[in-house]
Write a protein that binds this ligand. Sequence first.
Ligand code: DHB
Ligand code: FE
Length: 282
Amino acid sequence: MSAEIEATAADSGAKATERFRSDKSSALAVSADRVSRLASRAINALVETVLEEKVTYEEYNALKTWLIQVGETGEWPLFLDVWLEHAVEEVANSGRAGSKGTIEGPYYVPGSPVLESPATLPMREDEPGTPLVFQGKVTSVAGTALAGASIEIWHADDLGFYSQFAPNIPEWNLRATALTDSEGFFRIHTVQPGPYQIPTDGACGQLIEAAGWHAWRPAHLHLKIAAADHQLITTQLYFTADKHLGDDIASAVKPELVLDPQDKADGTGREVTYDFVLATAQ
Ligand code: DHB
Ligand code: FE
């Protein structure tokens, strides 16, 4: 396990940047009108901050130095997903029926191994952490069970590290796509993730330290729930009693997304049930 400690912001940042480029940044088209409007507003917000706060040359150059470093270490996906994605998600999903969504974050990888339910996530023989059975049902808003719905799940290990972004973890560790059975049920065997800390050795970490903030996200499962003719949900689930539920640095916790796992009667870990309701495709 100690090898994971060698994880660096520059390494996970570079991988997150590469992942974003290959999945999402091809052929993006934003109209000139929108670019002009949005860029003007964003620049004006910075200009107003400078004028109102009477920003000095020293502070301006500290900002320049920092922005250059964010780019050099590939930390833009981390920065944006921590401090901005929650607002984009709020806009995207406002008024949508069914289960709540929240941010995707920088560590999603498409194409994880597809498993029938009950499924056990790929994990190491000595995978640390409390065993967790995560189960539930996927239905439409009308209450119809959705058979063959896919539940893509990915999460950090007990130490808060993600496979494919931290070193020395098998490729698909704690990542899979489970399919619901003929009655819409799924059951996934995994281990409870540890809380996640924004890498502290990079530019984002420097900002957090310089500002006197903390770097933690509460422990979470990431999920994408999809079924034919229904809207995809990208979400996360958290754990009750986590001390960072109230101050997630990524502002992505919602009260509907908190699990309360119970000890299993046979003493082999914990279990929790959570049902997903998918809105009809538009
Ligand atoms: C970040 C990491 C996460 O695991 C997450 O869920 C959201 C954001 C990040 O480091 O930016
Ligand atoms: Fe995460």
